[in-house]
Design a protein around this ligand. Structure first.
Ligand code: AMP
Ligand code: FES
Ligand code: ZN
Length: 333
């Protein structure tokens, strides 16, 4: 297989683009896709400092790498979820990445903010883990950005993430989440910062290839509470479609954004006000994050510890679920 640009040995075939690239030309293609996305969607400006939310995984570290290389004024934000070895190792990856490039990394711990880490929160609230976790991440990203004077947060959501979210929302015809599905969430309130997803047109396989070829040391394991079975099932269904019809994922997402999304945007925008406790935005009196922290506090330390112990072994086992498949494909090529 030959590189379509230079005729050298190709390391990666991109069926949906009907092309193949050598390492250097793939890296150039990847960067170009990111910069085109940023420009076309008006995500970032050159002189605006950007907070990059990094999980230690391939996507967000690849994004940070591209932005740093292009000279954006970036600071990383790592949110320590307190999820056993998974959090320790992912934090170490982010710290090593930042140190290696002389970049600044902010670390905020969920336990400091909510009174307990995500495993405890999961045990106490009996909510699906990812809902409390997602809520905490969005809240902390926004607050850290405001506290440190950033008007924009960039996340590493890729094409597979976004297509799977859209697929889930479509199966439920969930109009409000369909309306919110966009690679640029505008700041609709002075206490909200813009959220952008510059990798949303690049697949998971492509971000894994980029990270590998750039020698980025990222955490391969998924979170042990891996994402509820449904979102994984949605990704699998989309991968099967992609196999028989390369480009199906991108077409599903991009055509939605272009043609269908405007139809879901009508209706009254919700009125946002400031949380009576913390001052962040909410539709009610007290925001969901403050309520979550209250619930954890009320449950008491002993109950939390007992509940976590029961969870720990199980979670450690599930931590073995990983994207080894995607990575080994690249490593082998
Ligand atoms: P996920 O929700 O795990 O699919 O992650 C989507 C994006 O959210 C990542 O690409 C990161 O940009 C961001 N993110 C996830 N986990 C963290 C974390 N612990 N700290 C900071 N950012 C995160
Ligand atoms: Fe949030 Fe796994 S990363 S529950
Ligand atoms: Zn609040």
């Amino acid at each position: 297989m030959k590189c379509r640009r230079c005729g050298g040995r190709a390391v990666l075939e991109l069926r949906r683009h009907n092309t193949a690239f050598c390492a250097d030309d793939f890296l150039a293609f990847f960067r170009n896709q990111v910069h085109e996305t940023i420009r076309r969607w008006g995500m970032l400006t050159r002189d605006e400092p950007v907070l990059v939310a990094v999980s230690g995984g391939k996507d967000s570290l690849a994004l940070w790498d591209v932005l740093l290389e292009a000279g954006y004024a970036t600071t990383g934000l790592y949110i320590d979820l307190g999820i056993f070895d998974y959090s320790r190792e992912s934090k170490a990856r982010c710290q090593a990445f930042a140190a290696g490039r002389g970049a600044r990394l902010l670390v905020v711990s969920v336990a400091d903010e909510v009174g307990a880490g995500i495993p405890q929160v999961k045990a106490v609230t009996r909510r699906p883990t990812c809902s409390a976790c997602g809520l905490s991440k969005r809240y902390i990203m926004n607050r850290a950005a405001l506290d440190h004077g950033f008007a924009v947060v960039a996340t590493g959501h890729n094409l597979d993430d976004e297509a799977a979210t859209l697929f889930g929302s479509t199966l439920r015809w969930d109009e409000s989440s369909l309306a919110r599905q966009t690679p640029v969430l505008a700041a609709t309130h002075p206490k909200l910062v813009r959220r952008v997803k510059p990798l949303f047109r690049l697949s998971e396989r492509e971000t894994a290839a980029y990270a590998f070829l750039r020698g980025i040391d990222y955490i391969v394991e998924e979170c042990p509470f891996a994402k509820g079975a449904t979102s994984i099932a949605h990704k699998e269904v989309l991968n099967r479609l992609e196999d028989v019809s390369p480009g199906a994922k991108a077409s599903f997402l991009l055509n939605y954004l272009e043609r269908a999304r405007p139809r879901f945007q009508a209706g009254d925008p919700v009125e946002l006000r400031e949380c009576a406790r913390c001052g962040q935005t909410t539709t009610g009196e007290v925001c969901a994050f403050c309520k979550l922290a209250d619930q954890v506090r009320r449950s008491g330390a002993a109950a939390v510890a007992a509940a976590v112990e029961a969870e720990a072994d199980d979670a450690a086992l599930r931590g073995l679920a990983s994207d080894v498949g995607a990575a080994s494909e690249i490593h082998a090529s």
